[in-house]
Design a protein around this ligand. Structure first.
Ligand code: NI
Ligand code: MN
Length: 227
């Protein structure tokens, strides 16, 4: 059984009987998160880009679990310097891991780690992951792009995880077009409500998809979807 659990913002936990991975573990800094990073037990952490609301607790989780961070090269090197085990990849590349196969896709966004300085962390990405025989697309933070059509054509997507929060990423209208391009079985909206500027009603998104072949599955934080 392959199970996907929404941990808030763009963070999803993916597990089956043998493997456990997480995407963009922004937990301790997320006012809506309901689980602490100390409770996360995983073998790999997939990071789409270096912004704080995605890198989040990744380094601490990687170190405490001896888990591998899989990320675009520059971001992987950044994490390695902070003491994490990493596997660098880049856009267009794919690689098999114990838990499954990962391919990095483009994402139209930025990527930097920002504290008192701004550290460039390469290009942002999305992921197509084959896990437990299912194809999961996590777009990362991105605007709508035409190549989503190609991602949909080349991968029979069981689930697509796409942002709807607007302002920093696609909003509802563009996310509906993204669904048309990607043609997944199920779409789960992400990257909304965490901050005032990305407040969104996911039911509006679901409503616009009511005549689509794709089913919108809105997960509350902490809820799971069985693939
Ligand atoms: Ni971002
Ligand atoms: Mn973000």
């Amino acid at each position: 059984m392959t199970k996907l659990t929404y941990l808030g913002h763009s963070c999803f936990f993916l597990e089956d009987e043998k493997h456990r991975i997480i995407f963009d573990p922004f937990l301790s800094g997320n006012p809506l998160a309901r689980i602490s990073p100390e409770e996360i037990k995983v073998e790999a952490i997939l990071l789409s880009h270096g912004h704080g609301d995605h890198l989040g607790d990744a380094i601490n989780i990687a170190r405490s679990n001896n888990a591998l961070i899989i990320a675009p090269f520059e971001l992987a090197m950044f994490c390695q310097k902070k003491g994490a085990s990493v596997h660098p990849m880049h856009i267009g590349g794919s690689r098999g891991f114990d838990f499954g196969k990962v391919k990095l896709t483009i994402a139209h966004h930025g990527s930097a780690f920002i504290d008192e300085d701004i550290t460039y962390t390469g290009n942002p990405c999305g992921f197509v992951v084959n896990f437990g025989g299912k194809n999961i697309y996590h777009s990362g933070d991105t605007g709508l792009f035409m190549d989503m059509k190609l991602i949909g054509e080349m991968n029979k997507l069981d689930v697509a995880l796409i942002p709807i929060g607007d302002n920093f990423t696609m909003g509802v209208e563009d996310a509906v077009k993204a669904v048309e391009f990607l043609n997944p079985g199920v779409v789960i909206p992400m990257h909304f409500d965490t901050f005032d500027v990305i407040k969104q009603d996911p039911l509006k998104f679901a409503e616009k998809l009511k005549n689509s072949k794709t089913r919108a599955q809105i997960l509350k934080i902490g809820e799971s979807y069985i693939l």
